[in-house]
Design a protein around this ligand. Structure first.
Ligand code: NDP
Ligand code: ZN
Length: 174
């Protein structure tokens, strides 16, 4: 555990996401989501690897803010930046293709990137179960749960414990 590095990642992500909100009805602060991933990894799965915890905190910065890979490399080093790049979708592609590519690429991700992916899917299913996007139909929630399972079935080898946490929340499929 490297508290200094982790808190620096938290300050960096909080600044990058400062004007963004989640899609739940209350429009929660965006940073709650990266914090949830780190909380799951550290406190539910017992992960102590600071690179994984930092990458979890930073996981949506390239995809959803103006942050570049080079910026992360400069601030946090190539190890953490590479994990974040591995969990970043190419937003120039249409959404359906992005989702399909996540499934196809998941099995080939590094073990650390798989941990971040697992925590991301757990956090998002918990959010959809408890505080879903206001305009999502039951069908759309089901499609998300089914797609998340496809990604998790290709990453769960990295952590049986996280796989079990995913199965627990997947039982809440509407
Ligand atoms: P989106 O990608 O539009 O939204 C899901 C993403 O939003 C999550 O992965 C998460 O990403 C982020 N997010 C922000 N707030 C929340 C929250 N409160 N709860 C959960 N996630 C949140 O959805 P999809 O395109 O993935 O849609 C799901 C499925 O539905 C797909 O299979 C798609 O094909 C289908 N679909 C169905 C429609 C319909 O009307 N039936 C319409 C459009 C799509 P992150 O972790 O990166 O922040
Ligand atoms: Zn996420």
């Amino acid at each position: 555990m490297n508290e200094g590095l982790i808190l620096r990642a938290l300050a960096f992500a909080a600044h990058k996401h400062r004007d963004q909100r989640r899609k739940d009805a209350d429009a929660s602060p965006y940073i709650n989501h990266p914090i949830a991933l780190a909380d799951i990894l550290a406190n539910e799965a017992g992960v102590t690897d600071p690179a994984v915890l930092c990458a979890a905190i930073l996981h949506d910065t390239i995809e959803d803010t103006e942050t570049t890979l080079e910026e992360l490399e400069d601030a946090f080093g190539p190890e953490i930046a590479t994990i974040v790049a591995e969990v970043t979708d190419d937003k120039t592609l249409p959404k359906d293709q992005r989702k399909q590519l996540q499934v196809e690429h998941a099995a080939h991700a590094s073990p650390r990137a798989k941990l971040v992916k697992l925590a991301d899917k757990i956090a998002n299913l918990r959010d959809i179960a408890a505080t879903p996007p206001a305009d999502w139909s039951t069908e759309r929630k089901r499609e998300y749960f089914d797609w998340a399972r496809q990604v998790v079935d290709r990453t769960r080898d990295a952590s049986p414990g996280l796989g079990q946490l995913f199965d627990q929340v997947h039982r809440l499929r509407p």
